[in-house]
Design a protein around this ligand. Sequence first.
Ligand SMILES: *[C@@H]1O[C@H](CO)[C@@H](O)[C@H](O)[C@H]1NC(C)=O
Ligand SMILES: *[C@@H]1O[C@H](CO)[C@@H](O)[C@H](O)[C@H]1NC(C)=O
Ligand SMILES: [Ca+2]
Length: 336
Amino acid sequence: MQMMSSERPACGWLHKLLVLLVKLHFAFAEPLQPLNGTGCTAKGPASYILVFTGHWSPQAFPKQYPLFRPPAQWSKLIAASHNRHFRLWEEGSSASPGVQSFAEVGVTVELMKAAKEARKKRTVGVMYRTAGIPNGIGHSSTEMLMVPRNPLLSLMVKMIPSPDWFVGVNSLNLCDGNRWKQEVTVDLQPYDAGTDSGFTFSSPNFPTSPPENITKITSQMPNHPANSFYYPRLKELPPIASIKITRQRRTPDRQTSISNHILPNSINPQRFSATPLDCEVSLWSSWGLCLGPCSRGGVRHRTRYILLRPANAGSPCPELEEQDECVPHNCIKKRQ
Ligand SMILES: *[C@@H]1O[C@H](CO)[C@@H](O)[C@H](O)[C@H]1NC(C)=O
Ligand SMILES: *[C@@H]1O[C@H](CO)[C@@H](O)[C@H](O)[C@H]1NC(C)=O
Ligand SMILES: [Ca+2]
């Protein structure tokens, strides 16, 4: 009787049902839309473990290796699963404000804000992060759940200390047609965000104005002896870091996307590569006073000093002092 007599509750009930139906429509319509671009036709999601390894050792990178305040270390790792309409960062393109603040000072607020916006547009799936590593050598890891509509992975880790240098990958596709890849290993090289002009790890803040685009740092570029990665004898830099992404059987608990577990079986044996570092010396000083008796002629000296000590069997330092015959100043006067 109650249902018959009160029209209003019935009306509200109908309204609720309609809202529910509309919600259901949107919830189920999305996965049924054709996948665009990335062409991942895998049936379901895939669970992965991502291990980041730092290989930034003083043996491999002896030049200006940061030992104190702060010593060499890695920031937290920021990763995003996404489709091809999103870019976290890209070589040859300008750094977004988020990439700039992460690469310069390791702050992730702007990056996360941009990723949230991209999530609303459904170009980003999930953001992951790992803890930082307080050394140049070490590991951090996270579990990831990849879905077919967001099969690309991009990530960044800042090098600390550095002006605006980071390592990362851009749009690594973990899907291969209708299958998820089992294991992917990538060696990482340093990149310059193009927003700070410092040349060395511990250069003071020096904004690049106007900003430049993101470039890869190599043993030859920037082509300047002051640069911390300038090793003219090397054809290419040894990998300063690497990532290993391994597919797992079990489905991860989505709540534990922030984790820092280390999987002993997924850690590469440490690669020993000692980079020879040649001695670098300053320019010669100007010649000193010509000293000596007028009868035998005089001698003058000039000096230079060591800018960079050689390491790992790099070429030794040349002579630091040179002498030259000359006519003492007072002798010229006497002869005249
Ligand atoms: C799908 O991809 C094509 C290029 O392959 C592009 O032109 C089109 O705009 C994309 N559509 C959507 C809805 O993203
Ligand atoms: C720098 O990147 C922007 C896009 O981010 C691009 O339009 C521009 O052409 C790039 N400049 C150079 C010199 O590559
Ligand atoms: Ca720079």
